[in-house]
Design a protein around this ligand. Structure first.
Ligand code: ATP
Ligand code: MG
Length: 461
């Protein structure tokens, strides 16, 4: 029945992996975008200072007495020193001559127009440098002369700054990834939660609870719940049909059986031969067995039917117990059994009185049936905390060596039942009724140790 189901992965894990995967991708993207952006900003800042330095040198170039003079202001180079401790190089030249500065400083490969500048990243003396080249056209001896100014700086400070930026971007990316992962776990849990809640609600139900699922569920789960409800509906119809069939069959069998029994008894009175009387007695016994079975089957079907749509009314357990004891007193008297009732308080419960009467009657019926002649049976009710209990104690020897759980299953009878008419449904009916009311059936040995003590415990009203 309970074959292990095959699993094809886990929805939560799949969702979580997808979300964490997306978070990892976004974190990496964030890392590169932030790093690229920071690198651009750092480069632009550095370039602006290089340009400012070149411009300030350019401003110091003038033509005096047909000679080009350069008076490099201190601030022009010191402003670069403020940025980092990197070495600074410069060169002021015309198209043909180097006027001042580092002669072997590399030249830009770009063509620079007057009033414009070009930036290059080059290698000088084995170090990477960033260089700006600016050009200005002056008039010398009535002819145009191009002044080219290059200012360069090594990039060690910039590299250190970039490493620092990468670390920050990495921390940012990691932080983002961690937060996104926590959110992904939360999102995966919360999207699976309605499914879990539905599973719990369905598995918490009693075996007889075939009501459709009505709790609100997310729209995606509607098809699943609709199919489940349709399935429950079909199951309910087919169960009701088979219970109806059993009830109908039992009813149809009981009436002719009663006629046959009457006829057999009449014949028994007329017959004298011992062996004929013995077979007639045997026949009557078999008829009794069959009608008891039919009666119990009918009761069981009725119980199943009523449990399905359980009536919930206030019931006084003491009153119910006393009434039943009065009703069964004549049967107990046939065996000279002293049937006592002791009701303490008036414990009130909620439920279906017909079902509870049926359950208690089956327990009392057992006590009378299995008790020896001239013994005593004590029926009592009491309230214990928030449970109401009705208990039947007898002197019938109890359930010694019997598996009491098994006895509450259909058609199971104990060894002591041999020779006693019965069908093995009494305890099943009692257990099903008690459980449908949210209670428990407790089977134990009586305090005196001479018999059974069967209790039906219900939650209080
Ligand atoms: N009070 C009791 N003392 C001793 N044994 C009991 C007692 N009540 C039940 N039993 C044992 O438990 C078994 C199951 O009881 P249950 O009432 O379900 O079936 P039954 O009495 O055999 O048949 P019926 O359906 O007619 O009641 C009995 O066959 C009997 O062996
Ligand atoms: Mg019984």
């Amino acid at each position: 029945m309970n074959e292990p189901l095959q699993t094809s992965g886990s929805l939560r894990r799949r969702l979580m992996l997808q979300l964490v995967g997306s978070a990892a991708f976004l974190a990496t993207l964030l890392f590169f975008v932030v790093l690229g952006f920071a690198r651009d900003v750092a480069q632009q800042t550095h370039d602006s200072i290089l340009l400012a330095s070149a411009t300030s040198i350019m401003d110091s170039v003038s033509v005096q007495a047909d000679e080009i003079t350069v008076d490099i202001p201190y601030a022009a180079l010191s402003m670069l020193g403020n940025v980092s401790n990197d070495r600074v190089f410069y060169r002021v030249s015309t198209r043909d001559d180097v006027l001042t500065g580092y002669e072997n400083l590399p030249t830009t490969s770009q063509s620079v127009r007057s009033g414009h500048s070009a930036f290059d990243t080059l290698t000088y003396k084995g170090d990477s440098i960033r260089m700006v080249t600016s050009l200005r056209r002056l008039s010398l001896n009535g002819a145009p002369a191009d002044i080219i100014i290059s200012v360069a700086q090594t990039r060690e400070g910039q590299a250190a700054q970039l490493a620092q930026l990468s670390r920050s971007a990495m921390q940012l990316g990691l932080g983002f990834f961690l937060v996104a992962t926590i959110l992904a776990i939360w999102a995966a849990q919360s999207s699976i939660r309605p499914l879990k809640q539905l599973t719990e609600a369905v598995s918490r139900r009693g075996p007889k609870d075939l009501r459709p699922v009505q709790r609100p569920v997310p729209s995606e789960m509607i098809p699943l719940v609709s199919s489940l409800n349709r399935f429950i509906g079909r199951l309910r119809v087919s169960l009701t049909r088979s219970e109806d069939f059993i009830a109908e069959a039992a009813h149809r069998v009981r009436t002719p059986l009663a006629t046959v029994r009457t006829q057999a008894e009449i014949t028994l009175r007329r017959v004298d031969r011992a062996e004929n009387r013995a077979s007639l007695r045997e026949m009557i016994r078999a008829i009794d067995e069959s009608s008891r079975a039919a009666g119990q089957l009918l009761d069981h079907a009725m119980v199943t039917f009523r449990i399905d749509s359980l009536e919930r009314k206030a019931i006084d357990l003491t009153e119910l117990g006393r009434e039943l004891v009065d009703r069964l007193q004549p049967i107990a008297e046939l065996k000279d059994i002293d049937l006592h009732f002791f009701g303490s308080g008036n414990p009130k419960i909620t439920g279906d009185a017909i079902l509870i009467q049926n359950a208690v009657r089956n327990i009392l019926d057992n006590a009378i049936k299995y008790s020896p002649n001239e013994s005593a049976i004590q029926v009592s009710t009491r309230q214990n905390g928030n449970t109401a209990r009705i208990q039947v104690e007898d002197e019938a020897g109890g359930f010694v060596g019997m598996d009491t759980d098994a006895l509450t299953q259909r058609f199971t009878r104990g060894e002591n039942a041999a020779g006693t008419i019965g069908s093995g449904l009494g305890l099943t009916i009692a257990r099903e009724v008690v459980e449908a009311h949210g209670g428990v059936l407790i089977i134990e040995t009586s305090k005196t140790g001479t018999g059974a003590c069967v209790s039906l415990c219900f939650p209080l009203h």
